[in-house]
Design a protein around this ligand. Sequence first.
Ligand code: ATP
Ligand code: MG
Length: 279
Amino acid sequence: MSEPLQEVRNLSRMYLGDYDLWRLSKTPDDYRPPKPPTPQTPLIEVRGLSKIYQMGTVQVRALDEVDLDIAAGEYVTIMGPSGSGKSTLMNLIGCLDTPTSGSYRLAGELISELDDDQLADIRNRRIGFVFQTFNLLPRATALSNVELPLIYSRIPPAQRAEQAHRALEEVDLADRMDHRPSELSGGERQRVAIARALVTHPSILLADEPTGNLDSKTGVEIMHVFKRLHGTGQTIIVVTHDPEVSAMGHRILHLHDGRLIREESRLKPLTTSRLYGSR
Ligand SMILES: Nc1ncnc2c1ncn2[C@@H]1O[C@H](COP(=O)(O)OP(=O)(O)OP(=O)(O)O)[C@@H](O)[C@H]1O
Ligand SMILES: [Mg+2]
């Protein structure tokens, strides 16, 4: 390490963690980001996670020995070609499916060993899922759609309506709560689905191609909703094919043939003004 760098390192040791110091000491050419710091146990801890489908005599390795940590409050996006295992990984993280091998801990709890009832319980308490095709009940109003997860949680009706109303307010749709899905625009339908995912105050918001069925302007609107939610501390994981959507994440994971092949960190490079405060 050069002398000036050593000096900066000594000066800034009081203010910066080892992760930032490590980044500071690297030139762009050899910059390979380590995992971001995880002060406590990571919210999501995946080790050697594999999912193999047996199709007659052929085995499909949908997910192949994936290791991954995600801290609370992170905004992570997942990219990769069709068939690379993105939805498989999301379904495992979202407790919609169980792995063939490997382990998955959510907030320290070993999820990969739970039975179906226990998984359903974790899903209801901790996971909010947003799908490409919205998956709303067509005959129910926006309010009733958002109330649905609370019925499973056995929340009393009056409290249900109040919580659902608040979730719709969070996505700026309080004035559409009596509309059925057919009486809403595509972007509004997806916002109802986001409100439904949020109404139980989940630990993680998972979205699999949330903008896949929307035009680009409406997609941007949805991304703004995610950005705002992330600003309130919500942990968010989004699968997308769209580079613009993935650029909203602080970390981009690239999957290929069921393997995590690359990880991009989008933390802004440190500048002196950030180091010492702008004057
Ligand atoms: N239920 C299943 N039975 C058998 N094979 C499956 C099943 N689900 C997924 N697969 C296979 O596992 C692989 C990964 O599928 P997955 O749906 O995770 O891909 P993806 O990255 O989400 O693709 P896309 O971008 O098209 O949504 C694919 O080859 C797929 O054919
Ligand atoms: Mg998919």
